[in-house]
Design a protein around this ligand. Structure first.
Ligand code: SF4
Length: 440
C-alpha cells in the first residue's frame, strides 16, 4: 500500500478525534530548523461538518487490539487498515508543512500490539521530526492509556500538548462500551503528565535550557450522547478534571454513530451537536465566568435547555438576584449578567472609574443590551420604557438559531398568545415559565 493510500485511510479514521486547539506555546525557529509555534494559535480551518482541522490530524495506525463499541477502528469492525512507519509519517508532515498545508501535527493512534509498542512508534516518528528534520512546529499527541511512565515521559518531551481521552463520563459507561480501558488506566497518565509539568516548571526556573515538557499542557476528550450520562454528570466530571489535573481544555465530541451496536444509539441517530454546543458554553462559564457545575445543573434538572444558553437559563432561574446596578456591583457579578461577557465586564470596571455609566455608554462598551436590559439598572433605574412580559423576555434571550428550533409552531402563533409558551419545554424541566418575570 503506498503512502497516499495510507494517508487517506488514516486521516479518515482520525476525524472523530476532536482537535480544535490553539497551540498555547511559544517557540521560535532557529538557524537550520523549520517551523515555529506561536501561543495565540496555529492555522485554523473547518471541515464541512464544522470541525476544526487546522492540523494534519492523523493516526499512526487504525489497527487496534481493543474493541471500544463506539469506535470505527475497533478490532471487530471490518474496515481497511493501515499503519505508517515512523519515517513515512515524519516525511509526510515535513512535506505538508513545506507546502504550507499545515502548521502542526495532531497524532493519535489505535493500539497496535500493546500501548507500549504503539507509543514507541509514535516516539520514533516525533524524534525524527524534532531531531532529524528539526521541526519546531506544534505537535499535539494522544497518550495511550496503559503506557509505561518512562515512555510517556519521553513522549511529553517531544510534544507541545498531550491528551489522554477520558472517552465516557462514567465508570459504568466505560465498563460497558470500552471494556479494555478502565477509569484508572486513563486517570493515571493524566496524573503523571500533571506531575511532570509541575516538575518541569521548577526545572525551567533553575535551568534556562531545560527541555520543555508539554508546554501547551494537557487536554482530554469526552464523547457526548453514546451513553445515557446526563449533562450534569459530564459537567461535574469536567470541573473535577480541570481542578485535579490542571487540564487546559476538555473537548466534547457529539457521538456520530458509525457502527451498529446494541448498546449504542442506532445508525440513523443524528449527532447531538446542540448538546455539544451547550456543553462548550457551560465549559466556558466554568473556566472564565466563575460558575460552578452545580449552579448550572443539578440532579433534579440534569440537562441543559436546548432553547436557551446556560447563562440565560441560570439567570432566569435566579431572578431574585436581579436587577443589579451596573455602576456598583463587583466584576464577578457583572459576569453573571446575560449580555455581558468577560471583555465588556472588564471595560465596565475600567470605565466606571472615570464616571457613572448609562445605557448608551454600556452599548458602546460592547454590552448586548437586547439581553442585558432585563437584568440591570443604571444609576438605580431600568432602561427607559422597558416593560417586560414573559414572551418578550424569552424572545430577547434566544438567538435566531434558538428561535428557529421552535419555528414550526412559532410561525403560526402570536407572541402574545399563551400558545407561544406551549411551544417551549415544560416549566418543571426548564424553569422558563417559573413564576412571572417582574417588570423592572
Ligand atoms: S483504543 Fe478504542 S477508541 Fe482507541 S482506536 Fe482502539 S477501539 Fe478505537
Amino acid at each position: 500500500m503506498d503512502v497516499m493510500e495510507k494517508l487517506q485511510i488514516l486521516t479518515a479514521s482520525a476525524k472523530y478525534d476532536v482537535a480544535c486547539t490553539s497551540s498555547g506555546s511559544n517557540r521560535n525557529n532557529q538557524a537550520g530548523g523549520i517551523g515555529n509555534t506561536v501561543s495565540m494559535g496555529i492555522c485554523h480551518s473547518f471541515s464541512a461538518d464544522g470541525r476544526c482541522i487546522s492540523l494534519l490530524k492523523v493516526l499512526m495506525t487504525n489497527r487496534c487490539v481493543y474493541d471500544c463499541a463506539y469506535c470505527v477502528n475497533r478490532k471487530s469492525n471490518p474496515t481497511r487498515r493501515a499503519t505508517f512507519t515512523p519515517e513515512e509519517l515524519a516525511d509526510l508532515t515535513i512535506q505538508f508543512y513545506r507546502r504550507n498545508y499545515i502548521e502542526g501535527l495532531f497524532l493519535s493512534s489505535g493500539v497496535i500490539r500493546n500501548p507500549d509498542y504503539t507509543t514507541e512508534q509514535m516516539i520514533s516518528a516525533l524524534e525524527l521530526l524534532r531531531n532529524v528534520h528539526q521541526f519546531r512546529g506544534y505537535i499535539h499527541v494522544k497518550a495511550i492509556p496503559g503506557t509505561d511512565d518512562v515512555l510517556l515521559s519521553r513522549l511529553g518531551l517531544l510534544a507541545d500538548r498531550m491528551s489522554v481521552n477520558i472517552e465516557l463520563p462514567s465508570r459504568e459507561s466505560l465498563g460497558l462500551l470500552a471494556p479494555d480501558k478502565s477509569k484508572d488506566s486513563i486517570l493515571k497518565p493524566m496524573a503523571l503528565i500533571k506531575e511532570k509539568i509541575n516538575e518541569n516548571s521548577s526545572d525551567i526556573v533553575k535551568y534556562n535550557h531545560a527541555p520543555r515538557f508539554v508546554p501547551a499542557g494537557q487536554s482530554t476528550q469526552m464523547i457526548v450522547g453514546a451513553s445515557p450520562d446526563s449533562d450534569y454528570k459530564i459537567l461535574t466530571l469536567t470541573e473535577g478534571l480541570y481542578r485535579k489535573y490542571g487540564l487546559k481544555r476538555v473537548f466534547f465530541s457529539a457521538y456520530t454513530p458509525v457502527v451498529e451496536h446494541s448498546l449504542l444509539p442506532s445508525l440513523d441517530t443524528k449527532p447531538p451537536l446542540l448538546r455539544e454546543h451547550r456543553l462548550y458554553q457551560a465549559d466556558w462559564l466554568l473556566r472564565f465566568y466563575g460558575f460552578q457545575a452545580n449552579e448550572l445543573l443539578d440532579e433534579a434538572a440534569p440537562n441543559f435547555n436546548p432553547l436557551l444558553d446556560p447563562k440565560c437559563s441560570w439567570a432566569l432561574n435566579h431572578r431574585e438576584q436581579f436587577p443589579v446596578d451596573i455602576n456598583r456591583v463587583p466584576y464577578n457579578t457583572l459576569l453573571r449578567v446575560p449580555g455581558i461577557g468577560v471583555k465588556s465586564a472588564q471595560r465596565i470596571v475600567a470605565a466606571r472609574r472615570a464616571g457613572t455609566l448609562d445605557f448608551p455608554a454600556l452599548k458602546k462598551l460592547g454590552v448586548v443590551l437586547k439581553r442585558a436590559q432585563f437584568f440591570i439598572t443604571c444609576k438605580g433605574k431600568p432602561l427607559e420604557g422597558l416593560k417586560v412580559g414573559e414572551h418578550t423576555l424569552l424572545r430577547s434571550l434566544m438567538s435566531g438559531q434558538e428561535l428557529s428550533l421552535i419555528q414550526p409552531q412559532y410561525e403560526q402563533l402570536s407572541l402574545f398568545d399563551d400558545t407561544y409558551l406551549s411551544a417551549l419545554p415544560k416549566a418543571e424541566t426548564t424553569g422558563l415559565t417559573k413564576g412571572g418575570w417582574p417588570d423592572v
